[in-house]
Design a protein around this ligand. Structure first.
Ligand code: ADP
Ligand code: ZN
Length: 615
């Protein structure tokens, strides 16, 4: 079957997103692949479509049972035969699933890594495996932020299934983790071949940060937001279990349906809250990071970080849980010195002190930054983004700047003249002309750059170097003792091919009072940016708000009747499209992006009936 045909038939889309087609073709040709795409970027299609196009069953490794169920549910809702083998099934269910695999009835079979290893004899026996997909592949690496020992065993797969293509997928992997995934899984990929790195930009997410330590003020902001968006679901991430409970209490006293969620609660309690969140009965969950990993709810519309996360990877993954359907979503981060101190302690006591402290530092840098936040995130993930996004809080209320080319050149030159073998501290010592032990022992006091930055204070230099890091002119090599390297765009500045501005150093100021107005502008900008990057998004036309409300009601009734979450019936984005395009025939209904044949058959009558009342 042609893959464009599959895309339309099962998923209702007519265009692939960047890289999807190439990845799918590569897998179908029998090759291994490494796929890096942000959450919500469209990874699942990359192995699901090959699974449908190739003979046999695709085995998909996933770290959590709840995730598997979500995926299986979503696949079935599109008319695709998928199942999961896991500890939640009884023996009989497992047996039935296996028999269906033998009969060639199942296209996708999900399981945990340990289960996959245990099932190797069965998988090798009679069933035909089309491909093996390893989801959340960063879990295999100790360098990643979510190492899971069970993943380590997956290294043997290639020996056991030498003919089967293996595709590893992840939403978070820096260079080091990426290399480690390839090595551990023994993927047959080369640096210029079979590795697909999509842009990590999530243009539909707005980004705002605020320095704030008081509970009263944080809650004022949060409640204000929730009251302005009463129909939207969101998550408030906190550092401690106690905080999740006290905030949930606080919100409930103000008639907001909120629950706490953390690892100290019983498994049944946790899964109850997760279910209620998925089905919109509890729109607000106050959680420790334990929450969210296991759910695929596509219509999470906002995220608050009540406390600062421990790394940019965690932060990006957590905000990534918002807006997976591609419709605009808002994210806010509060940070305070108290958070920093606590997180620093965690990092110090952790098994990997150095790495974790460095990661925390980068998170702090992000929070305190005076350059475009999206740019920082993208540069952190190795994308050299060379322009400001125009719709984060910094872009919308920018700090004052000056032509920093010369200042930057001085710093880069200090690095170049020491063969890029030194750390931040030494760079500053050289620039400021300080004859420290390191400087003298290595003869750095004799290089031309020594002392050229005396007129700038150490604190200012720290800020400027930070901005250089954030703008992607330099990068830190964690695996080489944190020395600093000059990137290609840094070389451009150093050799005078490009110029760059620096933000004037200043103490961080509290965000102004005009928050609501600015938030509105941000939302508009976010919407526009999203429609520019995803081919399937059209710049928003006028949508009928009353029709949307009616469609939403119908969706929730249909979902309840079938016992699954509303977004499985149709996503928020599809609902918005229906409220805008108002299709009144079965055919028009089927042409809405995101409605495949199965959903067209199943739902067109009910939805058209409602739409007709509004045209
Ligand atoms: P990930 O697994 O990377 O987090 P998903 O595979 O769940 O992302 O996809 C995120 C959203 O994007 C889903 O709602 C999916 O339907 C949508 N999507 C994926 N590919 C396309 C495409 N080619 N056109 C339109 N929407 C797409
Ligand atoms: Zn920006």
């Amino acid at each position: 079957m042609d893959i464009s045909f599959i895309l339309k038939k099962y998923y209702g889309f007519s265009t692939f997103r960047p890289n999807q087609r190439e990845i799918i073709d590569d897998i179908v040709a029998g090759n291994d692949c490494l796929v890096l795409m942000p959450t919500g970027g469209g990874k699942s299609l990359c192995y699901q479509i090959p699974a449908l196009a190739m003979p046999g069953t695709a085995v998909v490794v996933s770290p959590l049972i709840s995730l598997m169920y979500d995926q299986v549910e979503a696949l079935k809702a599109n008319g695709i035969a998928a199942e999961a083998l896991n500890s939640g099934n009884d023996m009989n269910q497992d047996l039935i699933i296996k028999r269906r695999c033998l009969a060639g009835d199942i296209k996708l079979l999900y399981m945990s890594p340990e289960r996959l290893i245990a099932e190797i004899p069965f998988l090798l026996s009679e069933i035909k495996i089309s491909l093996i997909a390893i989801d959340e592949a960063h879990c295999i690496s100790q360098w990643g932020h979510d190492f899971r020992p069970e993943y380590s065993q997956l290294g043997i797969l290639h020996d056991r299934f030498p003919q089967t293509p293996i595709v590893a997928l992840t939403a978070t992997a820096d260079k080091v983790t990426r290399q480690d995934i390839i090595k551990q899984l023994r993927l047959r990929v080369a640096s210029d071949n079979h590795i697909y790195i999509s842009s990590f930009d999530r243009p539909n997410l707005s980004l705002s940060v605020r320095k704030e330590s008081g509970k009263a003020e944080k809650m004022r902001v949060i409640i204000g937001y929730i009251e302005r968006h009463p129909d939207d679901a969101g998550i408030i991430y906190c550092l401690s279990r106690k905080t999740t409970e006290s905030i949930a209490d606080y919100l409930r006293k103000r008639n907001i349906r909120a629950e706490a969620y953390h690892a100290g609660m019983s498994a049944s309690e946790r899964s109850r809250i997760q279910e209620q969140f998925k089905t919109d009965q509890t729109p607000v969950v106050c959680a420790t990071i334990a929450f969210g990993m296991g759910i695929d709810k596509s219509n999470v519309r906002w995220i608050f970080h009540y406390n600062m996360p421990k790394s940019i990877e965690s932060f990006y993954q957590e905000i990534g849980r918002a807006g997976r359907d591609g419709a605009p979503a808002d994210t806010f981060l509060f940070y305070s010195l108290a958070d920093m101190i606590q997180l620093r302690r965690f990092a110090n006591d952790s098994g990997q002190r150095e790495v974790n402290l460095e990661k925390l530092q980068r998170m702090q840098d992000y929070a305190e930054s005076s350059v475009c936040r999206r740019r920082i995130l993208l540069n952190y993930f190795g994308e050299q983004s060379d322009h400001d996004c125009g719709h984060c809080d910094v872009c919308l209320s920018p700090p004052r700047k000056f032509d920093g080319t010369q200042v930057i050149q001085k710093a880069l030159s200090a690095m170049a003249r020491t063969d890029q073998r030194i750390r931040f501290g030494t760079v500053i010592e050289i620039l400021r002309g300080m004859a420290s032990t390191t400087v003298v022992q290595n003869g750095y006091d004799h290089i031309k750059t020594f002392g050229v930055g005396r007129d700038i204070s150490t604190t200012e230099w720290q800020d400027y170097l930070l901005q250089m890091l954030q703008m992607g002119f330099i990068e830190v090599a964690y695996n080489e003792g944190d020395i600093i390297k000059i990137t290609p765009s840094g070389q451009d500045i150093l050799y005078g091919r490009k110029q760059a501005d620096l933000a004037i150093h200043r103490k961080s100021e509290p965000v102004g009072r005009k928050e609501t107005k600015r938030a509105l502008r941000q939302r508009e900008q976010t919407e526009m940016a999203a429609s520019q990057i995803f081919p399937e998004v059209h710049a928003s036309r006028v949508e009928d708000a009353n029709l949307f409300a009616a469609l939403r009601q119908l969706r929730s009734a249909l979902a309840q009747a079938q016992g699954f979450p509303a977004y499985i019936v149709l996503s928020d984005k599809v609902l918005h499209a229906l409220a805008t395009d108002k299709p009144t025939t079965k055919e028009q209904f089927g042409n809405i992006p995101g409605i495949g044949e199965y959903k067209q058959k199943k739902y067109s009558d009910a939805f058209i009936q409602v739409i007709k009342r509004f045209v």
